[in-house]
Structure formats: C-alpha cells, structure tokens
Design a protein around this ligand. Structure first.
Ligand code: ADP
Length: 607
C-alpha cells in the first residue's frame, strides 16, 4: 500500500474506534439512566420503610441487601436490638425466690417455681422469660423430655410464644433451636421443630425478629437441618449487618458509591430512606445486562470497571450514577460477525492456511538449494503478513460500515471502493503465490494459442480498474489496431502486464501518470509499461527480477508487495521466448518492456 492507501486504512481504523466510542457514550448514558432509575425504583418499593417491603425492594433493585430507614433516619431494617428496658420481673418476690433456688442447686424446685410464674403471668415477655428459665432448669438436670414438653407447651402457640427478652430477642425462636439440640435428627418431632424455627426465621412482617438473631439462628438451622429451605434474604441481611458495623447507615446519593466495606457499593434512594447494597460483581452483572442489549455490537465486548481497576479495553468515565467507574469496550477478533462477513473472513483464513501450507512445502524444497535456504522463513512470514494486511483492512472497513448506523452514502462508497481495492490486492498476491508455487514445482503449464495483444492489454487494465481509477491516477493506453497476432498463453500474458502495471502504480507517489504502449519492433512485439515513479538505480535493475528481491523492503511492504511479481514476469516471458528490459533512473520513472516474438518461437519454450 502506498502512503495514500495507508492513510485511508488508518482513517478507516480510526472511524471504527470512533464508532465504538460513540457506542460507549451511548451506553454510558443508558447505564446512568438505568442506575438512577434503580434508585427511584428502590424508593417506590421501600415505601414507608416497613420491613414487609423488603422483598419488593430487593426485587426492584437486584441488590444483595437493602436497608430501610424511617423518616428520622433510624434503621428499620436490618432490625436492630432495642435499648434494654428496665426489668419488670426484678421486683417480684416469686421470681427472686425461683432464682435463688436455681442458684443454690435446687433446680427441680426452681423449674416448678418458674413454671408457676409462666402460667400466671399475663405479659407475654415475662411469661416467656419464666418459661425459658424453667426449661433451662429442666435441661440442666437432664430432664430432656420434660424440657421438650415445656417448649412445646409454651413456645408453639399462646402468649409466651410472642415474648421477647430484655434485648428484644424472640424467645420462642431460641427455644426451638434448643429443642433441635435436645432431639436426635431421627426423632419424629425433629422435622416439625425445624419447620417451626424456619417459619419464625422467614417471617418478615410486623414486629420482625432481630436481624442478628435471625442471622445466627439461620446459620444454626442450616447446620442442624440442611434440608430446611433457607430464607432468600438472610444472606443479604448478613451483608447489611456487616455494612452497619463498618459505618452507621449513612445515606449517600442516588449513585453507586463506596460503602465503607471493601467490595460493597451503596445506592441510596432519592428520599434517602432506603439503601441498596451491591457487591462489585453484582454492579458489573447488573450493568452487564444493560450493556449487552440489542443496540450493542457483536464484534465488541462492553463492560464496566470499578474505581481504580484496569479496564481491559478502551475506557471512558461512567456517568454521574457510577462515580469513578469506567465503561470500556474491548474489540474482540474472535466474536461472531454477521454471517456473510464471517464467511468472508473464514474464506480469507482458509486461503491463508492454504498458502501458508504451500509456503511450508515450498520452504522444504528450498532447503535443498543453499542459496534459497533463508527464503523459507521469509516466504512464510511474507505470505502471512501480506495476506493478513488486506484482510485486516477489509475487516476494519466492513466493521466500520456495519457499526456506523448513520454512515453517509459518500463514505459508504468510499469504504466500498477501498474494500474493492484491498480485495484486488489480495487476489493479486494469491495469484502470484500460486504461480510462484507452480513454477517452483515445475508445474506451470502454458496453453499457447493465437492471441491479440489488444485483448491482453484490455483484460489487464480491466482487472486493475479499481486501482487505476483512483483519483490522481491517469493511464494512457496506446494499442494500434493492426498489430500482429501472438502465439501465446493469453492468461499468462495478462499476468505479466498486470504485474507491471501494478508495480507502476505502487511505486509511483503523488500524481500517477502511467502508460501502456504496444508496438511492433522487427520480429518482435513490444509491450511497454511506463510510469513517473520513484525509478530504479542501475545497479538494482538486474536484481529486481530475482525471487523475493526488493530494493527497499520497507517501502515494498508498505506497498503490499512480496518480491515475486517481477520474477514471475521474467519466467513467463522467457517461456514465451521473449525478454524483459527496464529503462529507469532514480526519481525519473521506469519503463518496463516485454519483447515477445511474433508467433512460433513459443513452442520451443513450452514447459
Ligand atoms: P514487489 O511485489 O515487492 O513489488 P516485484 O518483483 O514486483 O516485487 O518487484 C521487485 C522490486 O523491484 C520491488 O520491490 C521494487 O523495489 C522494484 N520495482 C518494481 N517495479 C518498480 C517500478 N515500476 N518502479 C520502481 N521500482 C520498482
């Protein structure tokens, strides 16, 4: 590729990234709106902060955990312990007596005294505490069955089943756990007790059980009766408690902010009465669902990265709802492209595979000839590089067209012209590789027939049309009508002329003035291809016909050559009993002339 073509490809590449950047910006807006929307949803679902709104709030936000606050900013969920009240049992003489009996070791008597209080007491909490004390005494004295009967009596239904201790813990729940400890798993009553405990733990309405108590008991229940269904909210409650330990439930803003617990993020409802908590992975997962919607490219992967983390691709700062986060795009070469593009690319890869294979086979034969030994590696490298370059350019251009929804017709035409140009270049390379491979294996055959020179020129020019019709290129064709016929392989001569014209185009910078002339000269017909390009030093003029020889490797690479074109020209022309000459000087352009005998002589060279 010369400079112009390269800069075209570069601008195509830039436009691909530009297209992705537009998409990134679009996704950022979408993400931002979505997270703000989530904060509003949180507010709606949290309502007045009643614990019973928890399931709805979790569902609306997809959060790990939700904290609910009341109008004064106090935490309603997780349910925290109340400030201990004064103990109404303290002044009671029967309570004191029972306690003394217990302390002095008279536990059976103490159990009976506690039970009397439990039976007579009207306040649920006092009754429950007395019943618990009675059960404790029974357990300590090994009266397991009596203890279980008392749990059944006082803590399945009735007044004391509602009672709480001075810290606000629901006594019935602790006693159900005790029942599980007293029974064997095989006990017929075990399942019912486990179910009762699970029922108490899954209760998120009204005066809910304290969160710390629930989290502890849920852990115990899971250990003792793993078959019991766990509440879906306990894990979140645990997270919410750890958040509260790290900082008091300080509301933030309607944005995904650091929470005080590493790896945990908080999103506050606009009215500051609910806080949703997310782990980093959940923020990424929730965002990921938005980022893989229908408007998103299939060739690129999008994602978000938390503050301070490295993005795997091009990144821009996320919107105000994700402060410090980044939205990134990573362009993946292997992701599925639309079917026709994928097919196109696969064909390309197959061709590369085939030619690389051919290159390897050829390389093996080179080894036998020490002069060509180094060419094996050269060939493989050149083949893969030269074939990949036009494929990659085509892919970029096709991607740019697919991704950019608002592409103007002019740009589309320009890109298509560039794709056609790259396609042509690829075709030329493959043709040359194949011809070279045939020559090397002595498999190149020529079909000689009467051939009109004008036909050869027409076909060669026609096949390079896309290239020769680019702006800044002017081709003059001078083929007189009365030229003699040639005894030649028409297709091979077209290859000769195409390679010469292709070189004339490649090695001419700026304004290209090219000319093809065919004229008779004695017993010969001459095809002359002239350019106003960079020219060739006299010392190089013989070497350029060698296989893989390039005067300026870097320039030739940029132009998309691999050093085979002229060696093929030379081979074909010799096979026709002719010769190629070059007239050139650095900076003064070049004229390559192919001298072919009129008819006949070709027969001797048939190979
Ligand atoms: P390539 O495909 O690399 O151009 P060729 O066999 O076609 O290989 O040519 C060999 C070398 O000869 C080129 O690399 C280039 O340096 C030189 N060359 C060929 N044609 C021209 C030209 N018209 N003007 C200047 N240099 C040329």
């Amino acid at each position: 590729m010369n400079e112009a073509a390269r800069s075209q490809a570069d601008s195509a590449r830039r436009s691909v990234y530009e297209a992705y950047r537009d998409q990134l910006r679009f996704l950022r807006e979408r993400l931002d709106a979505a997270w703000q929307g989530r904060a509003v949803e949180l507010e709606k679902a949290a309502g007045d902060g009643a614990v019973s709104n928890l399931p709805a709030a979790i569902k609306a936000t997809g959060a790990e955990a939700v904290l609910l606050l009341d109008a004064s900013g106090a935490t309603r969920f997780p349910v925290l312990g109340a400030v201990p009240k004064s103990d109404p049992l303290l002044g009671r003489s029967d309570w004191q007596q029972a306690q003394e009996q217990e302390l002095q070791g008279g536990r059976p008597a103490a159990a009976a005294a506690y039970e009397r209080i439990a039976n007579s007491e009207r306040a649920p909490s006092q009754a429950a505490r007395a019943a618990r004390a009675a059960i404790r005494c029974l357990t300590m004295t090994g009266h397991k069955e009596e203890a279980l009967a008392a749990i059944e009596k006082y803590f399945v239904a009735g007044r004391s089943a509602q009672g709480a201790d001075l810290d606000g813990r629901l006594i019935a729940a602790d006693e159900q756990l005790l029942a599980l400890h007293l029974m064997k798993h095989s006990d017929a009553r075990f399942e019912a007790a486990a179910r009762r405990l699970a029922g108490l733990l899954n209760h998120y309405e009204g005066d809910a059980i304290l969160s710390a108590q629930r989290v502890f008991l849920a852990g115990e229940l899971e250990r003792l009766a793993p078959e019991m269904p766990q509440s879906p909210y306990v894990a979140g409650e645990r997270v919410a408690l750890s958040f509260l330990e790290a900082e008091s439930a300080r509301p933030g803003s309607a944005a995904v902010e650091a929470s005080g617990v590493p790896g945990l993020w908080k999103l506050t409802s606009p009215n500051r009465r609910a806080i949703a908590l997310y782990r980093t992975e959940s923020v990424a997962a929730v965002s990921g669902r938005l980022l893989t919607g229908e408007n998103v490219s299939r060739n690129a992967q999008f994602g978000i990265a938390p503050p301070g983390a490295r993005s795997p691709g091009e990144a821009i700062p996320a919107g105000p709802a994700l402060p410090g986060w980044q939205v990134w795009v990573s362009i993946s070469e292997t992701r599925a492209a639309p079917a026709h593009v994928a097919a196109y690319i696969w064909v390309g890869y197959l061709v590369i595979g085939g030619v690389v294979l051919a290159g390897i086979v050829l390389g093996q034969s080179f080894r036998r000839q020490s002069r060509l030994a180094r060419m094996k590696t050269d060939l493989v490298a050149t083949v893969s590089h030269e074939l990949k370059t036009p494929l990659a350019s085509m892919r970029l251009l096709v991607d740019a067209l697919i991704e950019d929804e608002h592409v103007s017709p002019e740009t589309a035409r320009e890109y298509l012209a560039m794709i056609a140009g790259e396609n042509l270049r690829l075709t030329r390379l493959i043709e040359n590789f194949l011809t070279f491979s045939r020559i090397e294996r002595n498999r190149q055959r020529f079909e000689f027939a009467e051939t009109r020179p004008a036909e050869v020129v027409e076909s060669a020019v026609q096949s390079l049309r896309e290239r020769l019709e680019t702006p800044g290129c002017c081709l003059e064709v001078d083929v007189p009508p009365d030229l003699p016929l040639l005894q030649a392989d028409r297709d091979a001569l077209i290859t000769v002329l195409r390679n010469l014209l292709d070189n004339a185009w490649k090695y001419t910078r700026g304004e290209k003035r090219l000319a093809v002339r065919v004229y008779p000269s004695g017993e010969k017909v001459v095809f002359a291809v002239k350019d106003n390009g960079i020219g060739i030093d006299a010392r190089e003029q013989k070497r350029i016909f060698r296989q893989f020889y390039q005067v300026d490797r870097r320039l030739a690479r940029e132009s998309g050559g691999c050093g085979l074109g002229l060696s093929i020209v030379d081979f074909i022309v010799r096979a026709h009993g002719g010769e190629v000459t070059v007239e050139s000087a650095p900076g003064a352009g070049s004229t390559f002339s192919v001298w072919l005998p009129r008819g006949g002589a070709a027969d001797e060279a048939r190979g």
